[in-house]
Ligand binder design. Structure first.
Ligand SMILES: Nc1ncnc2c1ncn2[C@@H]1O[C@H](COP(=O)(O)OP(=O)(O)O)[C@@H](O)[C@H]1O
Ligand SMILES: [Mg+2]
Length: 258
């Protein structure tokens, strides 16, 4: 697939007048001074230090739904975009339960699916919320067979082409416990960032999730929504936990989506 076929010859994204619908969960928006925003800056620094500094394409996954993949992916991308001259793209590749589109107004209707199917050039589906320096590639509509899209040669071509335009690409995906989507995308990335939710993600599911990754390496694990007592418990997730103790919320949030 050539750049022209992908739509890169067009001069600008068609971001139009898109803006963030709700900023409640976008704790890293605007480089805020909250504890949560600080935790994401810390995650960014720890994640991309030394070993992972060259990791440009990062897949975010977790063992089960509701762990906080989208929360971490979106806020990590926002935090990265806060660094001047860093071009950042957030991709919604959770084609089973896409949610990033719900953060935007108007809600984008086309995205990754339509680009890979050759129905839209990428520039016509990329959005950049007003006042933001973060580009977003929405999912498009949910599809019955995500692996058909994610395994298509056009998907690989697309990510390769996007790497020429962005310094960091953060890809939000489906949970790796039940599905292999994240591992397939892992093959197009520089590594996987695992998210577990304190008091919620079963430890056995976490271990199994790590064993499901074959395509790339695990860059680290985010312990999401942790309380101080969890962080004080040295081996909450045993030896698998690699210590990115982001604690975006002082209290585990009420979560009605599970
Ligand atoms: N640390 C957190 N603080 C506050 N809200 C959170 C946190 N982590 C997740 N949430 C909320 O919990 C819900 C589930 O998180 P989400 O990121 O959608 O999970 P996943 O993408 O893994 O299914 C969402 O409403 C999200 O905004
Ligand atoms: Mg999600």
């Amino acid at each position: 697939m050539s750049e022209t076929e992908l739509g890169f010859s067009r001069p600008e994204t068609s971001s139009g007048s898109c803006h963030w619908r709700s900023t409640e969960t976008l704790v890293a928006l605007g480089g805020g001074r909250s504890v949560s925003a600080e935790q994401f800056r810390r995650l960014k620094n720890v994640l991309f230090a030394a070993d992972n500094a060259a990791a440009r394409v990062v897949v975010v996954t977790s063992p089960v739904p509701g762990d906080g993949k989208t929360f971490v992916a979106a806020n990590l991308a926002l935090s990265l975009a806060g660094t001047p001259s860093t071009r950042v793209l957030l991709v919604d590749a959770d084609l089973r339960r896409p949610t990033i589109d719900r953060l935007l107004l108007p809600r984008p209707r086309a995205g990754l699916v339509q680009v890979v199917e050759g129905r839209e050039p990428v520039n016509s589906v990329l959005v950049r919320p007003e006042g933001s320096v973060l580009d977003i590639l929405p999912s498009g509509a949910p599809v019955d067979d995500p692996l058909r899209i994610l395994s298509a040669p056009g998907c690989k071509d697309l990510f390769q082409a996007l790497q020429a335009r962005y310094d960091r690409i953060i890809i939000d995906t489906s949970p790796i416990g039940p599905f292999t989507d994240a591992d397939v995308l892992g093959g197009m990335s520089d590594g996987i960032l695992m998210v577990v939710r304190a008091h919620a993600t079963p430890k056995a599911m976490y271990r199994a999730a790590l064993e499901h990754i074959h395509s790339t390496r695990v860059l680290g694990t985010v312990l999401n929504a942790a309380t101080k007592s969890v962080l004080d418990t040295e081996s909450y997730y045993g030896s698998y936990y690699r210590g990115y103790d982001t604690t975006p919320s002082p209290e585990p949030p009420t979560d009605n989506s599970r």
